[in-house]
Structure formats: structure tokens, C-alpha cells
Design a protein around this ligand. Sequence first.
Ligand code: ADP
Length: 385
Amino acid sequence: MQSAWLVPLAMLFGLAAGTGLTLLVVLSVRRGHEAAEAATEDVPDGVEGMLDALGAPALVVDPSNTVVKHSPGAAALGLVHARALLSQALVDLVEEVRRGDGPVVRELSLSRGPFGSAARPVVVRAARLGIRYVLLLVEDRSEALRLEEVRRDFVANISHELKTPIGAITLLSEALDSAADDPQGVRRFAARMSTEAQRLSRITQEIIDLSRLQAADALKSPELVHIDHVVASAIDQNSVAAAAHRIEVRRGGEKRTTVYGDEALLIMAVHNLIANAIQYSPDGGRIGVGVRRVDDLVEIAVTDQGIGIAEEDRDRVFERFYRVDRARSRNTGGSGLGLAIVKHVVQNHGGEVRLWSQPGRGSTFTLRIPAASEARAAALGLESA
Ligand code: ADP
């Protein structure tokens, strides 16, 4: 038994501090031990070992509904206290199993604690164990349901985002049809159709990028990536948009920094930040892209002197489809996915993204990614650079 180590431990304390203290230590440690494990009674052979090995919450109750054994997970979920089942629903389930002649599976909503009405959705499987005992296996469904909700929201948002340009294209094609005799009108409607089609294509591409990113792990087959090349490519990809708004994008800071990861994804992340900086800056403004090495990290900071982001929006801008000003974003053709993609890319690289901003003064988005080093290579299981 585990308690075997208590005796030498107590002797050690006894030698140092006297027998009174020794006894106190033994008693208090042993009491804690019993409370956590519950009495083992004469539970059938093998059950104890099985419950210890189970990651999932599981309990065994005797004919008086006393919990005679439980896995560590059951206590963590708050299902048992002082050897009693804390939920009446579980007690009812045990009674039902005793009355019937087979296992019972039930979806229940258990209270998360003595206060408030928060509930934890669980699936409980209950079955007889020999003639005296009932075994309860509890599966916590909270995380699975949360993920399902996120997925449902995502699908609902996608449908909404796609419907808007599709609806506009439908209306414009009708307008085009009825303007057949008006060459100017035809040109105007055709130009607007082209804008909506581009928006549709960008949203579709971003949705594909994002879902690929969520499925993939950038560090599965990482390569040495030169940040100079990442920054130069991202600036280059935005040069037409920058020129159209007479915005100068300036590169500064350290050269020759490297990280491990996926070059194309990193270019996409920096590209999105520069594209936003252009989109949310006044014409003729300046944007800086700075690189520096700070301890074990490479920081890539994109700074603009644009409209800035209010404090209450700063965390939310990284959420999928979140836009501070939907009407303005619609004019600029934003989908609300750009920063969600940025966040995923840096997280996939073991890094993080930070945001400093002040409304009216501008914003700085900083990507912080572990620098390529021998230690980093070893951590990723690579041969070092
Ligand atoms: P969008 O495609 O709408 O730009 P993003 O996910 O890239 O979507 O950004 C989310 C929102 O964050 C934007 O709609 C905008 O309101 C805000 N935002 C992003 N970058 C900047 C910036 N550099 N300056 C001001 N606001 C920004």
C-alpha cells in the first residue's frame, strides 16, 4: 500500500522534531490519504486497480450508496464528498440499476457547485458490479458541447458572410439586365459586380486558409525560415494597395533573424497585418515593419498611424468574423478573418501575437515567435541550423 512510506517519513520528522509532532504528521497525512481514496472495503478483485488507471471519472457504490472507491477524476468533478454521492440524480440512477436487470446509460446535467445554476452536461453509464456494488462511469461532455457550439457558430457566420456578396451579385445581375440599353449603367453595374465577386473570392480563400490552418500543425515538418524573406515578400504583396493609398511601408530593425516553421504561413500572417495597416490608415500615411531579437524570440512588429482600436475591442479583433465597424469594413471589403488567421499562424509556431493601440493614434501588432537555435531545434526534434 501507498501508506508504507508514511512510517519512514514520520520517523524522519520524529528524529528532527520530537514524537508529538511525528504522530500529528502521520495522522494528518493518513487522514488526507483516506479522504482522497475512500475506504477500499471488499470491492471485487481488480476494480481498485482499474479505477486508478481510468482517466475518466468512475465510482463504485455499496448497497447503502456509500462510495467505496472512486477514480481521481470523480473527485475532481465534484461528484463525491465524504464518501457520499453529491448528486441526487446519480443516487436515483444507482437505484434504477438495482431495480432493473441491465446497465443504464443516461444524459444528465449535474450542478457545478453549491452556488449558482451552472450545470455540467454528462453521460453516465451505470451497471451492477457483482451482487453488492454498482459502478458508475461518468463522461464530462462540456468540452465536446462547447466545440460543437463553436462549429455551429462558425458555419452560421460563414453562411451569413457568403450570402451578403451572393445576394448583391444577384441584384446587380438583375439591374444589369434591365439596363441593357444604357451603356453607362451597364459599366457601373459590371464594376460593382466585379467588386462583389472579388470579395466573395477573398472570403472563400480566407475560410479555406483558416480551416487548413486549424487542421494542420505548422511545426510537424518545420523548416528554417529567414524572416528577412518573410517581411520582404509580405511588403511586396501589398505594394499595389500601398501605392494606391500613397502609403509608404518601411522595413527596419535587425537582419538575418531565423525561426523554425512554415514560410508561406508566416508570409500570410505578416501580409494580413500590413494589409490591415494600409486599410485602416489615412491616405499618405506611414507604416513600419520592424524586426528584432529579444532573448529567445524573434519579434515582428507592424506599426501604423491609423484609426486605432478601442480597448474593449482589442481582444475581440482576433475572433473569427469580428469587425469593429461592420459598415466601414464592408466598404473596405474586410471579412473579419484576417487577424484570426494571424493568431492561428503564430500559435502554430509556438508563439503569440500582441496588440498595442490607441484610438486616433494608431496600432502596433507584434508577432513573437521562438527564434531558431540549437535548443529550439532539439525541442522540435530537428538537426540544428
Ligand atoms: P478585416 O478583414 O475586417 O480587416 P481582421 O480580422 O483583419 O478583419 O480585423 C478585424 C477587425 O480589427 C477589423 O475589422 C478592424 O475593425 C480591426 N483592425 C484590424 N487591424 C487594424 C488596424 N491596423 N487598425 C485599426 N483597426 C484594425
